[in-house]
Design a protein around this ligand. Structure first.
Ligand SMILES: Cc1ncc(COP(=O)(O)O)c(C=O)c1O
Length: 460
């Protein structure tokens, strides 16, 4: 056994691999370096990061200005208890206020997206009591803890439920998933039934305090709704005195072209949660920000929440630097150009490969939905297959791309195309040339039909 392999084994033998049977947590790649849109393993092999790791390294790797900000803070004051004020927290809030919708004015800092949603749940349940129910959607992921898992629609919740690791009072609304409409209708004839049904659901359900949405669904499909969807949802929430929580953990931070995805529809939520891109993954930070209507409740009531690492100075120090980098990047015009380029190239790829059923997304946030048959939309794999340990078609395609130097996350039905926003046209070509070859694996098992790949996000 080589030295490197035995070092990795010492890690895998003594740690829990995430979201995995532990027997499969055996040979992770040892990553030793990263720069820009590339990362490198211990053998010096280069990989283009086509999913920004977990859709969080939005500014690429080794950004000098962010590293400098963190280093300075580490030297000056890495940590004090959250009851003290720090310059790091003051600067982070100031930077956030320059990009977050103005109506959202009161912040809480934690260290992950999951915790950001946990804090939102407490804000909702305390301020809206006795109403306590939260409506979520099936195509969603909102975190790993009991509250996060309960909000989550995807099959990770099934596991958490079996282990009784969920909170109660969450119900699920129909998805705005036009490629596989839950009402089997077509836009615009559907009159956006998925949104309108919410009014009926809230009234019949009773005790509904909030609805949580990923404005553009992340892991579970990069689903972009029709233009009316969020304005209708906002109206229904207002009419029924229900709070709207936008979980922008993945869709935030310019991933979709705007600071926060919900801004595409001129809608402001009552609570916004975010993490990942807030620091571009240089430090772990979670952020929950609420409207004044929510925060007013806690003026005289106890906000019964906190963590040792709330407002952690080192975590917060990356935020102003990341915000400055996003502003600089968008002023250069590069992401605006490359997102259009990426869209056009992905549509071409969809036209070419019979295993691509739908090409959808926005900005630098795209899905190729992989199917056996474009006409019937028969999938290769299902939600249940994802947790069964079956070798999924999407994983085979992504695995092949990885061998050829392109890292891409995959879900049970889609490939995740979400490169860092600093990617250039040439680098997109480099990655897509490899993806083009890898998609042949799906083509070999797909059925030839006369139906073209659909572009279900074109309603945007
Ligand atoms: C939409 C969304 N919410 C919440 C989370 C949980 O964030 P974290 O993994 O930082 O706890 C994620 C993670 O991928 C996410 O995509």
């Amino acid at each position: 056994m080589s030295q490197a392999v035995s070092k990795i084994k010492a890690l895998t033998d003594h740690t829990y691999g995430t979201w995995n049977r532990q027997s499969a947590w055996t040979t992770p790649l040892l990553i030793t370096d990263a720069e820009g849109v590339y990362f490198y393993d211990d053998k010096g092999k280069r990989y283009i990061d086509f999913s920004s790791q977990l859709m969080c390294s939005n500014l690429g790797h080794k950004n000098k200005n962010i590293i400098e900000a963190i280093t300075k803070q580490a030297e000056k004051l890495p940590y004090v208890a959250p009851a003290f004020a720090t310059e790091a927290a003051i600067d982070a809030v100031e930077a956030l206020r320059s990009v977050v919708p103005e109506k959202l004015s009161k912040y809480f800092f934690s260290t992950s997206g999951t915790e950001a949603n946990e804090a939102a749940l407490k804000m909702v349940r305390q301020s809206k009591a006795p109403a306590y129910k939260v409506i979520s959607r099936y195509h969603s992921y909102h975190g790993a803890t009991s509250a996060g898992a309960a909000f989550t629609g995807d099959p990770r919740r099934w596991y958490a439920e079996q282990a009784r690791c969920v909170v109660d009072g969450v119900c699920f609304a129909p998805d705005n998933y036009c490629y596989r409409c839950p009402f089997d209708m077509t836009y615009p004839d559907c009159k956006v039934q998925c949104a309108r049904y919410l009014d009926y659901m809230i009234k019949e359900e009773g005790n509904v305090a909030a609805m949580i949405v990923e404005p553009v669904v992340g892991t579970n499909g990069r689903i972009v709704p029709p233009p009316e969807y969020y304005p209708i949802l906002r109206r229904i929430c207002d009419e029924n005195d229900v709070l709207l929580i936008a979980d922008e953990v993945m869709s935030g931070w310019f991933r979709t072209g705007k600071a926060f995805a919900i801004e595409h529809w001129n809608v402001t939520p009552d609570i916004l949660t975010t993490a990942k891109g807030a620091t571009a993954a240089y430090t772990p930070a979670g952020i929950t920000v609420s409207s004044e209507a929510v925060s007013n409740y806690f003026e005289q009531e106890l906000f019964c929440h906190g963590h040792t690492y709330a407002y952690h100075a080192l975590a917060a120090s990356a935020i102003p630097a990341a915000v400055a980098e996003y502003k600089k990047l968008f002023a250069s015009g590069l992401p605006q150009r490359t997102s259009q380029y990426l869209e056009q190239k992905l549509f071409e790829l969809g036209d070419k490969h019979i295993c691509v059923g739908d090409v959808r997304g926005i900005g630098h946030f795209w899905a190729l939905e992989i199917v056996k048959n474009r006409k019937t939309k028969e999938p290769f794999d299902t939600k249940a297959d994802k947790l069964s340990g079956k070798a999924l078609m999407t994983a085979q395609i992504a695995g092949n791309a990885m061998k050829q130097g392109v890292y891409m996350a995959a879900w049970y039905d889609t490939l995740v195309i979400a490169p860092p926003l600093i990617i250039t046209e040439e680098q997109i070509d480099e990655a897509l040339d490899i993806l083009d070859k890898s998609l042949q694996i799906g083509d070999k098992e797909a059925v030839e039909t006369d139906v073209a790949a659909s572009h279900s996000s074109e309603y945007k």
